[in-house]
Design a binder for this molecule. Structure first.
Ligand SMILES: [Zn+2]
Length: 227
């Protein structure tokens, strides 16, 4: 084998693409020829430098991808965290302002009874501007007792300009009322259309936080505006 053939085959040899027979002949030539030995050595060194460089570059690309991925992951976590926090804040705010109610203290409630013809309205007004009241009815089946529980809640609209225009709007914002329709002073027309003859046992019971107030239904009719 001469030098030229050896150099032609060298690139394939270092990539291990040459046949066994060719390898044998090339190794035989290298034993005798220092120049070709050095030539192969140089090529092998170049190859290993090239491979190391490629390996480093690959690693750098992987590092870059990892960094991008972890950055993206951080971003997603941050966004998700913010959304969860926002949702919690809104839910708690909504609950506190609109859902959560407590039973009102009697001292904070103005009760008034008004009659128009046969209709008697029992109104509950909050004495505090920043609260409003809700009257919830439930019938207690001992005799005829109309149970009313007075709930209180924050009134976030108390300062709104709307209320300054009309006292009625303000009254509506702060309170609630229950209406009774009488056929005569001893007969009540129930919601279901039945007529109820009233006895002394028939009353409404207004439940406050620590106390309850009972009013005989009979007394509602022609009642003076009582508190
Ligand atoms: Zn040679």
């Amino acid at each position: 084998m001469n030098h030229d053939v050896f150099k032609d085959l060298a690139p394939n040899y270092i990539e291990k693409l040459t046949s066994e027979e060719t390898n044998k002949q090339m190794e035989k030539h290298m034993e005798q020829c220092e120049e070709c030995r050095e030539y192969i050595k140089g090529m092998q060194e170049d190859l290993s430098v090239k491979r190391t460089r490629e390996y480093k570059k690959e690693n750098r690309n992987i590092d870059y991808l990892k960094k991008v991925r972890s950055k993206n992951r951080k971003k997603i976590f941050t966004i998700a965290g913010s959304l969860v926090s926002l949702f919690l804040i809104l839910s708690i705010g909504y609950y506190v302002l609109f859902v959560h109610m407590w039973i009102a203290d009697k001292n904070n409630v103005d009760t008034s009874i008004q009659q128009k013809g046969a209709t008697v309205t029992v109104s509950f007004q909050s004495k505090q501007d920043n609260r409003y009241l809700v009257a919830m009815r439930h019938e207690e089946k001992q005799g005829y007792i109309d149970g009313i529980i007075i709930y209180e809640n924050w009134n976030i609209f108390s300062d709104s300009k709307l209320n300054q225009f009309s006292e009625l709007a303000k009254a509506r914002q702060n309170g609630d009322s229950i209406t009774y329709t009488f056929l005569d002073e001893n007969t009540l027309l129930l919601d279901n259309g039945e007529k109820k003859k009233l006895t002394d046992e028939d009353k409404i019971r207004i439940q406050y936080k620590d106390s309850a107030k009972e009013i005989r239904l009979k007394d509602l009719y022609n009642a003076k505006n009582s508190r």
